[in-house]
Design a protein around this ligand. Structure first.
Ligand code: ADP
Ligand code: MG
Length: 677
């Protein structure tokens, strides 16, 4: 069997199963073995009932106590069982498994492994556990690591495991890609050992060793692809030399605020790049609220007044529209004669065609949009500058595609990803880096608090008071609608309940990703005009939205979010001159959760939060932890694996040209540029 073997050629994979694998982008055996587990189940020793901790997956062994009960509606049957050991009794529930009443009717000793949660009544309950009955069945699993794969409806973890075993057993040894000297130098595992070890590690040691090797390789491929871009950029002559323009200076002077020192410094760097003899490739890094947009607007204006087009791409329609509207309004207010165009996927075919025409003939000078900006249908007239906002939501490849829309235009990317400079230099190796490391002076630091759900009414009263003073609020919930298997707040029900609580004078609306675009735009518009005072939303609100009048951010089930994400969410407030507040509400009493949230409580600094988060998680402990989730490498995590990243960077310097050629031919190499930074 070779990597290119069709997945359907594996035993036990028929047409139907093949389709399921294709749904998760697995077409060949090679795709399959590169489909790494996103976690592992560790089958640990059972814990006495009295020592169970909430929000953790644990195992208990005990006697079935009393009868198995089935209750609830036919849509949502809940099976309840009590198990007892000498330290106490535990309630256990399963959803939609009424047949368990028969399976478990024999009584006796049972072992259960599942998540323990604290219910509103205060009791600990184990939810939907895996069953080992009779108990002895657990012995076989004890201390083993089982891979957990990303699945799709109809495809079970067992099916993936089975296919994977077959693929790995039947696969010819693959040629090692790393030169031996390099492997020995860094103590890296051999490739064939590593792919087996990542899927079916015998123990944690094997797993660490296997993972380290694969992460190294992933980073190395990425670094090489970035370096190639850099080489290319360095050769690019400036096709669009742009001179400083007096109109931009005048505009700057007329703004209601003065640029911060950091903004001015960065703007000067950009202005200089635009006029130099090489094309610009620059990253502007700045924490949320540091004022990156205005710097981008200055660059776009500069392009337009130099007779070129400038385009800016944002990751969501809501954000693109917001940029478009802000810029249009600013230009109206200050009599700037530049035609600004909007281009997004949700526009009607007719609207799009008109926009294309105006872009193609050069009437539109500044174009703001979403991914629609890089699609085939649009062609530009004289595109001299491309900007990506929130680059951490785009892949390197999309950034490249954007640039290819013009004849080697200037490239500016903006990101709020809080990474230390040493890592930024590696990850954004093809770009020059500017940092906006100062917040506008009129800002008051956000006041934070971490509270439990008992504080909710106080929080509501506080929101009423803020609204009475003319301010607005956000409430974030983790889910769109009620879920059967998870207990967490959802925006749909929450909005109804909160409207009731707030009374008719206050308008509450909801926003989430499943809504139609037009609906989302309408809600955002009305929130922007303060016709809506409270916006209940999922994390769609996370990127970029700017409503400076909003002063309260309340996050329900804060324990369910990563710290970096919470920091981004918090960045939606504290953007104007009013004092702002962030309320992290958490139902969890676990110490670990409290410690994590406390980091946010004590710091408003994205860099600091990211490094504290890492310190708290501790290097090396990769089991059951959230990855920082900031950059979507397949395996690697830039914070967690910062050392490996640095190693790979060093190694890239030592590779011979021949090695590099060889690595660039590998199937993974192509994907390296898809990584979202
Ligand atoms: P981000 O860096 O997160 O993209 P924005 O560019 O959206 O931040 O800016 C946040 C808010 O700060 C906006 O309302 C913007 O008008 C305002 N702002 C930007 N620069 C300044 C400044 N120098 N002084 C005061 N307010 C500013
Ligand atoms: Mg922004």
């Amino acid at each position: 069997m070779i990597e290119k073997t069709d997945i359907g050629d594996l035993k036990g994979i028929g047409e139907k199963t093949k389709k399921l694998f294709e749904k998760i982008n697995i077409h060949t055996v090679g795709d399959l073995i590169r489909y790494y587990p996103h976690g592992y189940d560790v089958y640990e020793e059972a814990v006495p009932v009295s020592e169970l901790e909430e929000d953790k997956i644990q195992t208990v062994t005990g006697a079935i106590y009393g009868r198995v009960q089935v209750s609830g509606s036919s849509r949502m049957q809940v099976t309840t069982l009590y198990v007892k050991d000498i330290t106490g009794t535990l309630k256990v529930i399963w959803f939609r498994m009424p047949f368990l009443r028969n399976t478990l009717s024999g009584g006796g000793v049972i072992t259960l492994r599942g998540r323990v949660v604290r219910k509103k009544t205060g009791d600990l309950v184990m939810e939907h556990p895996e069953i080992f009955y009779p108990s002895a069945k657990y012995e076989e699993k004890l201390h083993t690591l089982q891979p957990v794969y990303g699945l799709t409806s109809g495809l079970s973890n067992n099916m993936v495991m089975k296919a994977m075993k077959q693929a790995l057993d039947g696969l010819d040894l693959t040629r090692e890609i790393l030169p031996d000297s390099l492997r020995l130098n860094y103590g890296l595992a051999e490739y064939n050992y590593a792919v087996r070890g990542i899927h079916f590690p015998e123990d944690k040691e094997v797993f660490y060793h296997a993972r380290e090797r694969l992460v190294f390789e992933e980073f190395l491929e990425f670094i090489l692809s970035i370096r190639r871009l850099k080489e290319k950029n360095e050769r690019l002559e400036n096709n669009y030399p742009m001179q400083p323009r007096p109109e931009v200076e005048t505009f700057l002077k007329s703004l209601p605020f003065e640029l911060t020192g950091a903004q001015t410094k960065v703007w000067k760097e950009i202005e200089k790049d635009l006029g130099s003899d090489k094309t610009m490739s620059r990253l502007v890094q700045g924490d949320v609220g540091s004022g990156k947009t205005i710097v981008a607007v200055l660059a776009l204006m500069n392009a337009a007044f130099n007779g070129c087009q400038g385009a800016m791409m944002a990751p969501t329609e809501v954000l693109a529209r917001q940029h478009y509207e802000n810029i249009t309004k600013m230009f109206e207010d200050y009599d700037i004669p530049i035609k600004v165009e909007l281009l997004t996927g949700s526009m009607t075919a007719k609207e799009k065609r008109r926009a294309y025409d105006r872009i193609e003939c050069g009437l539109a000078k500044i174009i703001i949009g979403t991914h629609a900006l890089i699609q085939g249908a649009v062609s530009y007239d004289n595109l001299g500058l491309v900007i990506t906002d929130e680059q951490h939501r785009f892949g390197v490849k999309q950034r490249e595609t954007f640039a290819l829309k013009g004849g080697e235009p200037h490239v500016l990317v903006m990101s709020a990803t809080p990474i230390p400079r040493t890592l930024a230099i590696i990850l954004y190796g093809d770009l020059d880096i500017s940092v906006i490391d100062e917040l506008p002076a009129n800002r008051l630091p956000i006041k934070n608090c971490v509270v439990d759900t008992g504080y909710r009414n106080t929080a509501y009263n506080f929101m009423k008071k803020q609204i009475a003073e003319g301010r607005q609020c956000y409430v974030i919930c983790p889910m769109v609608e009620e879920s059967e298997t998870m207990e967490a707040e959802n925006v749909t029900d929450y909005t109804v309940a909160l409207q009731e609580e707030m009374g008719e004078q206050i308008r509450v609306a909801c926003l989430h990703g499943k809504m139609k675009q037009a609906q989302k735009d309408d809600i955002m518009d009305r929130f922007g005009r303060n016709e809506i005072q409270i916006l209940v939303s999922t994390t769609v609100i996370e990127v970029g939205i700017d409503v400076p009048n909003a002063t309260v951010m309340m996050i329900e089930n804060a324990e369910r979010f990563g710290l970096a994400q919470l920091h981004q969410l918090r960045g939606r407030v504290g953007r104007g001159k009013h004092q702002s507040y962030c309320i992290f509400m958490s139902a969890s009493k676990s110490k670990e959760t409290k410690k994590r949230l406390d980091i946010l409580n004590h710091s408003n600094d994205g860099f600091k939060i990211a490094s504290e988060d890492l310190r708290l998680r501790g290097p090396g402990d990769l089991f059951g932890i959230r990855q920082s989730g900031l950059m979507n490498f397949k395996l690697g995590d830039v914070y967690q694996d910062a050392k490996i990243l640095q190693m790979a960077n060093e190694a890239a310097d030592q590779l011979t040209e021949e090695d590099e050629e060889w690595i660039r031919k590998l199937p993974n190499y192509e994907n390296a540029a898809e990584v979202v930074l």
